[in-house]
Design a protein around this ligand. Structure first.
Ligand code: ADP
Length: 481
């Protein structure tokens, strides 16, 4: 059989080590490296966001500059390249769209996303890489398949391209006024696109467009793939997803095992020798201003502060949980409501609760390494990386059994000793509190069982190996079919 190589262009709005606001950044930063092999050339294309550290900006090399047609506008785009860790990255530069203080959260985010999607397709004329597959991620790239099919057919470079679209979080869809359909997307008069993008009475929905137009859809855990086909988790997309179920696959995310490695913790440790972890805990308690106590389990929550992450459940039980022998530390950024709530509680319980309302990756790693428990009571969770990172450090997750949490954490069974964490089912503060109490009890009263749970958690393989294989199989199928 002749040797064929699949060229994949991986498009995302954020990617470590350049910019990260959440799990998408982690995935875009680690999956392409795992996918790359002799039969698969994977390159990554990103917006040249202002947040990218100076050192990387300085190393970038300008490849080309061209115009991007966007409705009635024509916008500048510079494409830069940079090779890092064996991966070829392309960065699309437009100061107006990407020279902002934050990656997201602007009134014209739909325009920025449409621009990025269009610029990715235009850039193909200027880079020396002809993809067989474009792997688009989340709604900021959702217009790629729509533009490709409606505006680029008949051009040899584009005709053979297949699109795989990965949903990292269905809640964020990119909904804008239907005025944008002609004005911004330049699709005026295109009935097919109108039928697929139209949302409600007077809006268009980018994510919906991608779900219709992509050749294959994946999401980031098998359970979430099932859940999003239901009314409760489907965010209005469940009829389309259920309809395309045979073209929708859930593939569990992996983590970067080299980056999150207990051997690189402030005081290194391993499953065989956990003494370093005790030192990490002491140092963390000092850093957070909590009393240094080995006997009190330290539970951490590291998260965007939004309702998705189950913070209301924690708010519902934290008062009575803090009466027990436990310390809690929260690291997060997000809604002011939660900052006020937990900030005030921390003032009331300075010996029990510490809060840091900032985005600080090195601190997050010290917390994963030094904590005993990780709280993750999400209302829904497409995959979740925190619980996998935590388990790598022998920090046992307390999770609501949904989406990727259900697929990655085995709840403790006191009869068999099986488990890698603690689970609860319903979105209730009482159930979360009970699960935390159960964990505290094992920590305090059954050290051998606790140690066994830690060992089992640390033995879990959350590398990208198996998942990368599944993605490559989908690529192959798309290219050959
Ligand atoms: P999501 O993408 O929904 O935010 P994930 O669990 O998939 O959730 O990914 C979250 C990632 O962001 C993890 O790597 C987590 O450690 C990191 N993270 C979240 N909040 C912070 C923070 N305040 N400081 C540092 N890292 C954070």
């Amino acid at each position: 059989m002749a040797f064929t190589r699949t060229n994949v262009l991986f498009a995302a709005f954020e990617c470590t080590p350049f910019v990260k606001t959440g799990g998408l950044g982690d995935v875009a930063g680690s999956l392409p490296g795992a996918l790359k092999c002799s039969s698969c050339d994977v390159r990554v294309i990103l917006p040249k966001l202002r947040q990218i550290p100076r050192e990387y900006h300085d190393q970038m090399e300008l490849v080309a500059a061209f115009d991007v047609p966007l409705g009635w506008r024509t916008q500048y785009c510079g494409v830069f390249k940079l090779k890092l860790g064996g991966i070829q990255y392309y960065f699309l530069d437009n100061e107006f769209y990407f020279g902002r203080d934050n990656a997201y959260g602007y009134g014209d985010d739909c325009e920025r996303a449409a621009y990025f999607s269009k610029a990715v397709l235009e850039a193909l004329k200027h880079i020396d890489f002809a993809p067989d597959i474009i792997h688009a991620n989340d709604w900021h790239t959702a217009m790629i398949p729509v533009f490709l099919r409606e505006q680029y057919q008949g051009e040899a470079l584009y005709e053979r391209i297949k699109i795989i679209f990965t949903i990292h979080n269905l809640k964020y869809q990119g909904i804008g006024s239907d005025f944008l359909f002609g004005d911004l997307l330049g699709l005026y008069g295109c009935q097919n696109a109108w039928d697929q993008l139209r949302w409600g009475r007077d809006a268009i929905n980018f994510m919906q467009g991608a779900l219709y137009y992509s050749d294959f859809i994946t999401t980031v855990s098998p359970s979430y793939a099932d859940e999003i086909c239901t009314y409760v988790y489907g965010e209005g997309m469940d009829p389309i997803l259920a309809n395309r179920r045979e073209r929708l696959r859930g593939i569990l995310n992996g983590i970067d095992k080299d980056k999150f490695d207990p051997a690189l913790a402030p005081t290194p440790f391993s499953a065989e020798d956990m003494t370093g972890k005790a030192d990490c805990k002491t140092a963390l308690q000092v850093e957070l201003g909590l009393p240094v106590r080995a006997d009190a389990p330290l539970a951490v929550l590291i998260s965007r502060l939004t309702d998705q992450k189950g913070l209301d459940l924690l708010a519902g039980c934290i008062q009575w949980v803090l009466e027990e022998n436990i310390q809690i530390a929260i690291l997060g950024t997000g809604e002011a409501y939660y900052q006020d709530l937990f900030g005030n509680l921390a003032k009331e319980h300075p010996d029990k609760l510490a809060v840091r309302f900032t985005f600080d990756e090195p601190l997050s790693v010290r917390m994963y390494a030094g904590a005993d428990l990780l709280l993750m009571p999400s209302l829904f969770e497409p995959c979740g990386l925190n619980q996998m990172i935590a388990m790598r450090y022998g920090t046992l997750p307390v999770v609501r059994e949904t989406g990727g949490l259900k697929d990655s954490v085995i709840p403790y069974n006191k009869f068999t000793g099986e488990g890698t964490g603690f689970g609860f089912m319903h979105a209730s503060g009482q159930e979360l509190g009970d699960a935390i109490m159960k964990a505290v009890k094992v920590f305090s009263e059954n050290k051998p069982a606790w140690k066994e749970l830690q060992k089992q958690a640390m033995a879990k393989d959350f590398s990208w190996k198996a998942s990368a294989k599944e993605y490559r199989a989908i690529y192959r199928k798309l290219v050959s079919g």
